[in-house]
Design a protein around this ligand. Structure first.
Ligand SMILES: [Zn+2]
Length: 466
């Protein structure tokens, strides 16, 4: 194997082996997002230092590696993130180690976003090694709170100027010129009229941990005294679900029902199979108590509709549709509270204020409390913008193809740049395993990314009009 490839794998292995998942409990002033994310940032900055580039750690929030002299505001940039989502269940490989098998690289972050971070870093290093003359500095900027609230970038840009232009290798090829607007919301409902004497009493329903993931599992606790109801439940389960999609455990009159779906990124709920929605569809066939039934038929069903139609917020433009993902579902008869935390993603053209007003109308009609947790306006770059065209030129130069630019539901750091676009690392027709078990990418794809990123950085470093 070539030395370059060996170095790539060593670096990626080092980075994937760091569990850079956010941990509140570990937060300190040097590591505001916990030990793992801080370690990942230090690791990459150390590479830059060892390779003789200018590095800066901005208070443990984010950092950069700069090649070439000059001011930050004149720099062209590549923005990556080094934090990852928790591994979740279902892995057949070790999530925090790099496994190479049949040309594939497995590990949490290989696709999102550590593989691309190494590709971009190696591209920068190549430019340095080759001694390419630059008209302006190149900045590799790394954040470590991308999977949560982007506090890393907020802090970084308080201390450092915004680069003029840049790209973000954290989505798909050929180039993303539009990113949806995002509203993360929490809906709570106090529960009244809980009749524990109903034939089937819903005691609790829990599913999901994060608004931006489609829940892979859901569990409900039911109280039922009548054997005939239990019989009916079994029949329903066998009729509606495959054998490996549910599990029932009875403890006297209390029954625990687990339903399994398929996880996916909350920005693309159609790629997943929402476990709580499936569970709700089973439960609504039973003679549930009124509070439980209202919950599954209204709150859960309406937020479980990923098109937003049942909430009255459905939207579609020429290149994007609105999506809803209810990533966290909680129902507790004991505390008399029901709650849903969801991410709603609308085409870039839709004003978030309009979406918010429609959701408020829904909440008022249902008598529920709706709180906005996070709000991120959409982003768009004209597809005839010189940056978009340059990225397409590079893509075409390396692949022979020039597909149309894309619109996506995910949020990338491109939003923090005035002129910015996401560019790779996922090639068309490749399986998107971001946030999933056994996350993987082809090594050859990452090597091709490296070549393209080198080409892009070189063009950006020598351009005056981009
Ligand atoms: Zn990412």
């Amino acid at each position: 194997m070539e030395r370059f490839e060996q170095e790539f794998l060593t670096k990626l292995d080092e980075l994937v082996s760091i569990e850079s998942v956010y941990h509140d409990a570990e937060a300190t002033s040097e590591a505001p997002f916990g030990k793992g994310p801080a370690e990942a940032l230090n690791c990459v900055l150390r590479w830059g230092e060892e390779d003789g580039m200018i590095v800066k750690n901005v208070d443990g929030y984010a950092g950069h590696i700069q090649l070439g002299e000059g001011r930050g505001e004149d720099a062209a940039s590549v923005l990556v993130h080094l934090d990852v989502v928790p591994p979740g269940p279902g892995w057949t490989k070790a999530p925090f180690a790099l496994t190479e098998e049949d040309g594939r690289l497995y590990g949490r972050g290989v696709l999102d976003n550590k593989g691309a971070a190494v590709a971009a870093y190696m591209a920068l290093k190549q430019i340095k090694t080759e001694g390419v003359a630059l008209k302006r500095p190149l900045r590799f900027i790394a954040g470590i709170d991308e999977e949560r609230h982007w506090a890393c970038m907020d802090h970084y840009f308080q201390e450092e100027p915004q680069p003029k232009t840049g790209f973000v290798p954290d989505a798909d090829f050929p180039v993303i010129t539009k990113e949806k607007g995002i509203l993360d919301v929490e809906v709570t409902q106090p529960l009244f009229n809980i009749e524990t004497s109903a034939p089937v009493f819903l005691q609790s329903l829990h599913s999901g941990e994060r608004e931006n993931m489609v829940p892979a599992a859901a569990e409900a606790e039911l109280v039922m005294y009548d054997a005939a109801e239990l019989e009916r439940l079994y029949k329903l389960l066998e009729h509606m679900l495959a054998a490996d999609q549910f599990k029932v455990e009875a403890h006297g009159s209390v029954l625990r029902l687990d339903v399994y779906g398929t996880p996916a990124h909350g920005a693309a709920p159609d790629l997943g199979d929402h476990a709580a929605v499936k569970l709700g569809q089973v439960l609504e066939q039973l003679p549930l108590d009124q509070a439980g039934l209202t919950f599954v038929q209204k709150l859960l069903a309406e937020w479980g509709d990923s098109t937003g139609r049942l909430l009255g917020v459905q939207k579609e433009t020429s290149d994007a549709v609105l999506t809803v993902n209810a990533g966290v579902v909680r129902y507790d008869a004991s505390t008399k509270q029901a709650k849903i935390v969801a991410t709603v993603r609308a085409p870039a053209e839709v004003p978030l204020a309009e979406l918010r007003a429609q959701l408020d109308t829904w909440a008022e009609r249902r008598g529920m409390d709706l709180r906005v947790l996070d709000e991120l306006p959409g982003h768009s770059l004209q597809s005839d913008h010189p940056l978009a065209q340059m990225l397409l030129d590079v893509y075409e130069g390396h692949t022979g193809e020039r597909p149309a630019p894309l619109a996506i539901g995910g949020a990338t750091y491109a939003r923090v740049l005035k002129d910015g676009a996401a560019f790779g690392p996922l090639f068309p027709n490749r399986e998107n395993t971001a946030h999933q078990a056994d996350e993987w990418m082809y090594f050859k794809d990452l090597l091709l990314c490296t070549k393209m990123y080198e080409d892009v950085l070189q063009r950006l470093g020598q351009a005056e009009n981009l």
